[in-house]
Design a protein around this ligand. Structure first.
Ligand SMILES: [Zn+2]
Length: 153
């Protein structure tokens, strides 16, 4: 994914100014020990996509099924990342996942969403969210910090 911006101007399908970026954040919940509900522009991803999938249990971050630090995304990982999970906590039961990639302008992009349940938002698979690299890094760091604190108790 190391593309030279000057060669890829046609790749810009939307205004890439900072004000156009989405904002990623989360809230932590005391569900299944500790879970993280990921939100885009202050709305839970499950709500945006239109399924009942919700917070992601902490162990899915530890095992690399959910969001990963950028260093691990860049090392050839092309698998989909789980971003919302069935309320029962089992992602095999139902989940929302998407590809998490870094674009040539260094932003982090969530795209090619898939769900197990039929989404009420069609076509949900065309959703694309872009976050600044700083935004993504700070969310992932904060989640892993929360997990460390939780496990230290
Ligand atoms: Zn379930």
């Amino acid at each position: 994914m190391c593309l030279d911006a000057s060669d890829n101007m046609t790749y810009m399908t939307r205004n890439n100014s900072l004000t156009d970026l989405n904002v990623l954040n989360y809230r932590s919940l005391e569900v299944h020990g500790l879970s993280f509900e990921l939100m885009v522009d202050r709305k839970p991803i499950g709500e945006i996509v239109g399924t009942s999938d919700t917070a992601v249990p902490y162990w899915l971050f530890k095992t690399g099924v959910a969001l990963r630090p950028l260093s691990q995304l860049n090392s050839g990982d092309t698998g989909k990342r789980v971003v919302a999970v069935c309320p029962c906590g089992t992602y095999g039961c139902s989940c929302i996942s998407c590809n998490v990639v870094q674009s040539w302008d260094r932003n982090i992009v969530f795209r090619e969403f898939t769900t197990d349940l039929r989404s009420s938002l069609l076509p949900f698979n065309l959703l694309i969210f872009s976050f600044s690299l700083d935004n993504y890094n700070s969310v992932v760091k904060s989640i892993f910090d929360d997990i460390r604190v939780f496990e230290a108790i």
